[in-house]
Design a protein around this ligand. Structure first.
Ligand SMILES: NC(=O)c1ccc[n+]([C@@H]2O[C@H](COP(=O)([O-])OP(=O)(O)OC[C@H]3O[C@@H](n4cnc5c(N)ncnc54)[C@H](OP(=O)(O)O)[C@@H]3O)[C@@H](O)[C@H]2O)c1
Length: 261
């Protein structure tokens, strides 16, 4: 491949699996998250390819320094071919028990952090007249779901932003895709925030039935190759997307009965 890929959420789950898939294909990977020790672990686990992984820590909830960070990386590596916005955080709290600061925190990480990073990189891709930007939504970024009000809303917002990004930048030869995972067996439910802003701390049943992160990463790579606008990642649970679109009355009858999405 010989390309440069910058991956957020690279310390765990889907992002971590993507680091392995990209280095296996010969790419240089900039691996980012808010935990340098975990990034270094992922790098070390790339074994003989670990030299191709460069760890850059930043907090998606505080992107005040992001322009400087992006400038440093571009001057070091010369270009960015893939920007994979994978980092994010989930939620397990009812609307009536969720304080507004928590809604804002989830938006800060999932939406504002992602778009701030994308906006910082975009001018370089425009200058290159090439590049592929990906954002990670969720099937609950296509419909509401109990205990996920801010999470679902933050992911739905990403669709509006990244569809616009695509339409404005087709002329600059920039590709844009939105990844829509169903259930992937990662730590996402473990780190999901409860009504106090504390970690939910357990692997939900639905999550446990999900596909493996490696399978998710392979599906995403295939979607990138085929330049899909939307990359659906999962198994049977993806049927909820079609039910919501084609048969909304059925969706509203059953969605609150599903234990965990
Ligand atoms: N797994 C699923 O079933 C599923 C379903 C739908 C959508 N998704 C989406 O897929 C993406 C990846 O999630 P995952 O399943 O791989 O979960 P995960 O294993 O919990 O990984 C989440 C990643 O996001 C990073 N992150 C979280 N908060 C951050 C912050 N403030 N600053 C920087 N990085 C931060 C974490 O890094 P640090 O903690 O090291 O900072 C970690 O690398 C997320 O956007 C998630 O919403 C997942």
């Amino acid at each position: 491949m010989g390309k440069v890929a910058w991956i957020t959420g690279a310390s765990s789950g889907i992002g971590e699996a993507l680091v392995h898939e990209f280095v296996a294909r010969g790419a240089t990977v900039i691996a980012s998250s808010n935990d340098l020790d975990e990034l270094e672990r992922v790098k070390a686990e790339c074994g003989s390819k670990s030299m191709m992984v460069h760890c850059v820590m930043f907090d998606l909830a505080d992107t005040s320094e992001i322009n400087k960070t992006v400038e440093q990386i571009v001057s070091k590596f010369g270009r960015i071919d893939f920007l994979l916005n994978i980092g994010g955080i989930s939620q397990r709290a009812r609307i009536d028990e969720t304080p507004l600061w928590l809604d804002r925190k989830i938006f800060e990480i999932n939406y504002f952090g992602t778009i701030a990073f994308t906006k910082a990189v975009l001018p370089f891709l425009v200058r290159q007249q090439s590049g592929h930007i990906l954002a990670t939504s969720s099937i609950t970024g296509r419909f509401g779901f109990p205990l996920r009000s801010a999470y679902s809303a933050s992911k739905q917002a990403l669709h509006g932003f990244f569809e616009t990004l695509y339409l404005e930048n087709k002329k600059n030869n920039i590709k844009v895709s939105v990844i829509i995972p169903g259930r992937v067996r990662t730590a996402i439910s473990f780190h999901a925030l409860d009504s106090k802003g504390k970690e939910h701390g357990k692997l939900d049943d639905g999550q446990a039935k999900g596909i493996l992160p490696k399978q998710a990463a392979e599906i995403i790579i295939r979607g990138i190759r085929r330049n899909r606008r939307e990359i659906l990642v999962g198994k049977n649970e993806l049927i909820m997307l079609y039910i919501r679109r084609i048969c909304p009355w059925l969706f509203f009858r059953i969605a609150d009965k599903i234990k965990s999405m």
